[in-house]
Ligand binder design. Structure first.
Ligand SMILES: C[S@@+](CC[C@H](N)C(=O)[O-])C[C@H]1O[C@@H](n2cnc3c(N)ncnc32)[C@H](O)[C@@H]1O
Length: 380
């Protein structure tokens, strides 16, 4: 590659960090290719909109954010930049170092791989701010790539794996009798489900159903639709199919669809063995059901199978809190919740989404870290 082009790439990579990532969002199209893919910790951002989201997230955390390039090395179509980030988060000044490798196409960055010293960030922020940050932006702080073998992500996965073995749940085989037990519980509870959820939708999941359904596009499959509480929130343009294992729940969903005149193909079915052919949907929506489906990981595998390449998995879930006192309470009451409600309180889909072949586009935590919204994509 001619020396001038390499110099241009190096300068563009510098501009991307020192200007665009430092807050000049109008400069995005000048430095990033329209097909840009940004791999940052567990998250993947795509295109100019993705770059905007990624920078906006950092600006939200550090409103006075400044990146400075310390050193750059260029070779072929790649530029490696060592950088220092300075900014203030909730009154605490931080200085974080990291590296990004940028790949270029047609003079603009088409792919970035970024790594930073998140443990150092935790040390500088202190415990209180870290916990606050962890509850709202967990992936940014704690989740390194799925294949990483060191750091807090690896330690957390090891603990999770061990506790899974001890608790005999995730990734341990689920006997068919458990699926039938869950069906019986759901059939029995169907009559009171809406009354119970009116409360939880108000205090815990407010806005969650609207958010999940507003992300749906094209041909949509909702898995474990329950009594159909999401039906009213889907955009009118989507073609909706939904499955549910409990006949009693399904009957209520059918009534609801008829009452609101929503066209939907409602079927009895098992999320762990979907009846649909590969690559038949653009979006799969699952709300508050991975906590109940006996083999949640299998359901996520099935969702990926039926998604078209580039298709979206939208999740709204209650999950294990990163806050120790809250998590301890969740662990304590979980055996009862599983026994009487088939409700797992400490599951965490982010633990396995990447291993199952998804790219996690965004994840957001709220309500003392218990409620999670995730958008994940099946790669193209
Ligand atoms: C807590 S409810 C959530 C219902 C609904 N998604 C909502 O947001 O209100 C969990 C649902 O998962 C369903 N379910 C559990 N196991 C299932 C399976 N293997 N296949 C399909 N649905 C299942 C239950 O019958 C129940 O309706």
């Amino acid at each position: 590659m001619p020396t001038a082009a390499v110099a241009d790439q190096t300068e563009t990579a510098r501009r991307a960090l020192e200007q665009v990532c430092s807050g000049d969002l109008d400069g995005i199209a000048g430095v990033y290719h329209p097909d840009f893919v940004d791999h940052v910790n567990r998250l993947t951002y795509r295109g100019h909109a993705g770059a905007r989201r990624s920078v906006a997230l950092y600006l939200k955390l550090f409103p006075d954010l400044r990146f400075e390039v310390d050193e750059q090395v260029s070779e072929g179509d790649r530029v490696a930049s060592r950088w220092t980030l300075r900014g203030t988060h909730r009154g605490r000044e931080v200085e974080l170092r990291g590296i990004v490798i940028s790949r270029f196409e047609d003079g603009r960055i088409i792919e970035d791989w970024a790594a930073s010293d998140t443990m150092e960030l935790v040390r500088q922020l202190g415990l209180r701010r870290t916990i606050q940050l962890a509850t709202s932006h967990r992936a940014l702080l704690f989740d390194r790539g799925a294949s990483s073998t060191s750091g807090p992500g690896a330690a957390r996965r090891l603990i999770d794996r061990l506790s899974c073995r001890l608790r005999q749940n995730r990734s341990c085989p689920v006997p068919p009798s458990e699926t039938e037990r869950v069906r019986r519980i759901q059939d029995k509870n169907a009559g009171g489900y809406d009354r119970q959820m009116n409360f939880f939708d108000r205090v815990l999941f407010a806005g969650g159903r609207e958010w999940a359904c507003s992300q749906a596009e094209g041909e949509v499959l909702e898995i474990a639709i329950g009594t159909g509480r999401n039906l009213i929130h889907y955009p009118s343009g989507v073609k909706l199919t939904a499955i549910e294992y409990s006949p009693e729940m399904l009957a209520i969903a059918r009534d609801r669809a008829a009452k609101i005149d929503r066209e939907v193909d409602l079927r009895e079915g098992d999320a762990q063995a979907l009846e649909f052919p590969d690559e038949s949907f653009d979006t799969v929506v699952i709300t508050l059901a991975l906590c109940t489906i006996p083999d949640d990981r299998k359901a996520v595998q099935e969702a990926r199978r039926v998604l078209r390449p580039g298709g979206k998995l939208i999740l709204l879930e209650h999950v294990r809190s990163p806050l120790l006192p809250v998590r301890t309470v969740q662990h304590l009451i979980e055996p009862l919740a599983i026994r009487f409600e088939a409700d797992h309180l400490t599951r965490e889909p982010l633990d396995y989404l990447i291993d199952e072949g998804y790219e996690v586009e965004s994840s957001e935590r709220s309500r003392i870290g218990i409620v999670e919204r995730v958008i994940a994509r099946k790669p193209t």
